[in-house]
Design a protein around this ligand. Structure first.
Ligand code: XMP
Length: 302
């Protein structure tokens, strides 16, 4: 099917399925952005796009998304403390995913109640469904819709599309390149890039390290490149031994995220990233590069 035809069909489908007010979680990723634009074209003011600022996002990301989507009425909800509180003391990866998912949904429900929306629109794409059904991931997107969800209806207009088709749709819809070509980013955000408990300190470290990785690697067009925190190790900084964070760099190529190859980055690029991370973030003791393809590794660390 031609992209133009898909767009027309999706708009009709959304219009037919949604009677009253609808809400969509817009993360700024290509999937939810495309979905929000389609839904906005179908519903206009009957759609409320909500950006949950979880505190698990990348550097400067939240301000940028707010700016890009204010013209379709984006509401930004600051929920840093709620997420940190909910994640306190939790180190099990699946548990973390579920908590993030549940916190997201509760916030949506709160926003939905305010505008009396009974429909949730989601940018779920085909590989999300396959991985969810196969039990590889506990759930797509924010990671596990709680059973007691209050929405009457969930509408998923992108459910049959692959990522490259979503990007093509974004281009045809006229979304900016920073959205149409945006690197995939997991719904649970930095929470799945921190092994163990999520704390404010670890979030600040991984966010800074991630910004450095993106600055240095994006020009090589990886499918995904990012930093994660693995734990602690001993290091020497100045005249002192420190017990600091181990930051892992991951950079992969892929077609659809179901499998992935490690990128053979130039040694000098890796050395530069390593020295920038240890030099610019005092509490980092060590930097490692992940050499695991998928399978057997997943793309994210958790
Ligand atoms: P994995 O780690 O499962 O990741 O190999 C495959 C792709 O999915 C992204 N990912 C997620 N996306 N919610 C999402 O919306 C999640 O819980 C989640 N976990 C992983 C990951 O970044 C990669 O692109």
């Amino acid at each position: 099917m031609k992209v133009e035809q898909f767009i027309e069909n999706a708009i009709t489908e959304i219009r037919n399925e949604v009677q009253g007010q609808a809400i969509i979680g817009l993360s700024g990723g290509v999937d939810s952005s495309v979905c929000a634009i389609l839904a906005y074209r179908a519903l206009g003011k009957r759609l409320t796009p909500v950006y949950v600022d979880s505190g698990l996002m990348r550097q400067f990301e939240s301000d940028r998304i707010e700016q890009l989507f204010k013209e379709i009425g984006l509401i930004r909800v600051n929920a840093h403390d709620k997420f940190l509180e909910a994640l306190k003391g939790v180190d099990d990866p699946e548990q973390k995913r579920k908590i993030v998912g549940e916190t997201f949904i509760r916030i949506f429900e709160e926003e939905a109640r305010k505008i009396k929306a009974d429909t949730l629109i989601q940018g779920t794409i085909y590989p999300d469904r396959i991985e969810s059904e196969g039990g590889i991931k506990s759930h797509h997107n924010v990671g596990g819709l709680p059973i007691t969800m209050e929405f009457k209806r969930i509408v998923e207009p992108l459910r049959d599309l692959y990522k490259d088709e979503v990007r093509e749709t974004a281009r045809v819809l006229g979304l900016p390149v920073e959205i149409s070509e945006r690197m995939p980013y997991p719904g649970p955000g930095l929470a799945v890039r921190i092994i163990g408990e999520v704390t404010k300190e670890k979030l600040d470290v991984v966010r800074k390290a991630n910004a450095i990785v993106e600055e240095e690697i994006m020009k090589f067009s990886p499918w995904q490149a990012f930093a994660a925190i693995l734990g602690k190790a001993t290091g020497v900084k100045g005249d002192n031994r420190i017990y600091g964070w181990i930051v892992a760099i991951r950079s992969i190529s892929s077609r659809d995220a179901m499998t992935a190859d490690i990128m053979e980055l130039d040694w000098n690029v890796l050395k530069l990233i390593s020295s920038r991370i240890t030099g610019e973030i005092p509490s980092v003791a060590r930097v490692v590069y992940d050499l695991t393809p998928k399978p057997p590794g997943t793309i994210e660390f958790e």
